[in-house]
Design a protein around this ligand. Structure first.
Ligand SMILES: *Cc1c(COP(=O)(O)O)cnc(C)c1O
Length: 393
């Protein structure tokens, strides 16, 4: 696929864009502006700053100079005009959704989105008169038939982070434009290094920056990108009102993470390809879920809109019971048993943790389903670890 952004553009964004070093003594690493408020020499200066509260430091719930560097970098990475940084991915999603729909209006969202996105629509916004339809996003016709006269927003997550179903991003964007519907995508899995939805016609992107952007399992943060106009509206309403901001200190950690975003995702992408190949050929593995797997029914779509996958995949084991899945998980030495992903460390999230060990569950995901995230360890070491643990089944 062709991107408008070259590798040297990305390098410039990550290493230099938005940093005004001459303003802070040539400091190569930007300062952490650990200040809640900013003062002025005269009433006239203060009045001016207040008029431009969305771009000038006045109070840190609005603009903070450390956070502003992130806004520029993240917007440029996503080919968006502007961005806002939040205290979590969920806060970013909530702001993006609430800015696009009101009581009496309708949202279409892909089935099985991130769990708290589901809850936002089906437990919270429903109380404010916002109706949602969850659709199987693998077929564009499902979006077309779900559109109602009052549909204002389509929410995508491509791929999702458990079974990796994708949506044809360009087709959904084109359909939404015909009907004057805003589109928002959770792009956490791919990062803008591998997938840039705004270049494909989507209006807004959301990321859990707790994952790849931060990259070191040290912060919880989120981002929302979009047009100047849309972001300015969200700044005045959801952002300032709900106040779900990132702290200056965490913003600085996210900046540190972004420096290596490209090399980290490329590394986990390369490792995942090797690990997935090993898993697909192992007799104790039933099925592997991975966007770039040849057995993925959406393989062609994946290749047409993503230039890489990052380090996450799922597998279903050929195990006779939950106890043998647990034996596999407990035998792994290089994978930590934990939620989240996108950091330096390899992780597993077994579905059977959602069931007690005697109850084989009724949720859509079977008990032998495990989500794997490969981090920055040596691929051979990871494969060796999986090999010994698979023997325990
Ligand atoms: C983690 C995650 C989120 C939520 O982000 P937080 O930073 O945990 O609030 C949203 N979407 C996806 C795909 C995620 O993995």
């Amino acid at each position: 696929m062709t991107y408008t952004k070259s590798m040297s553009d990305i390098s410039h964004i990550l290493n230099h864009l938005g940093e005004e070093r001459e303003k802070y003594f040539g400091s190569v690493s930007p300062p952490i502006f650990q200040s809640s408020n900013f003062c002025f020499g005269t009433v006239a200066e203060m009045r001016d700053a207040l008029k431009n509260e969305d771009s000038v430091p006045f109070y840190t719930r609005g603009v903070n100079p450390t956070v502003s560097i992130l806004r520029e970098k993240v917007a440029a990475l996503e080919s968006a005009e502007d961005a806002l940084i939040f205290g979590s991915g969920s806060a970013a999603m909530a702001a993006g959704v609430m800015s696009s729909v009101k009581g009496g209006e309708h949202v279409i969202c892909v089935k099985k989105p991130y769990s708290w996105t589901y809850k936002l629509l089906n437990k919270m916004l429903i109380n404010y008169g916002v109706e949602s339809t969850m659709v199987d996003g693998t077929d564009i016709e499902n979006f077309r038939t779900a559109i109602k006269p009052n549909t204002k927003l389509i929410i995508l997550e491509s791929p999702n982070s458990v079974t990796f179903e994708m949506q044809d991003i360009r087709s959904v964007a084109a359909l939404a434009k015909q009907h004057n519907i805003t589109t928002l995508i959770d792009n956490s899995y791919s990062t803008p290094i591998f997938q840039r939805p705004i270049e494909m016609g989507i209006d807004m992107t959301v990321h859990s920056a707790s994952k790849y952007f931060g990259g070191h399992s040290d912060i919880v943060a989120g981002v929302l990108t979009g047009s100047k106009k849309k972001i300015a509206e969200i700044f005045q309403d959801e952002f300032m009102t709900l106040g779900g901001i990132i702290s200056p200190n965490d913003a600085w950690l996210m900046l540190l993470g972004l420096r290596t975003l490209k090399i980290r995702v490329e590394r986990t992408n390369a490792t995942a390809a090797k690990v997935v190949e090993f898993m697909e050929n192992h007799p104790k593995v039933n099925k592997v879920f991975f966007p770039f797997s040849k057995s993925n029914p959406q393989y062609e779509l994946a290749k047409s809109q993503m230039s890489g996958t990052g380090g996450m995949f799922s597998a279903q084991l050929k195990a006779k019971d939950i106890a043998s899945v647990e034996a596999f998980c407990n035998s792994l030495k290089r994978f930590l048993l934990a939620c989240s992903w996108g950091g330096h460390e390899s992780l597993i999230f077994p579905t059977c943790t959602l069931y007690d060990s005697q109850n084989y569950g009724t949720t859509e995901l079977p008990w032998n389903h495990i989500r794997f995230y490969v981090g920055l360890e040596e691929p051979e070491e990871i494969i060796e670890d999986l090999r010994q643990a698979l023997e325990k089944i």
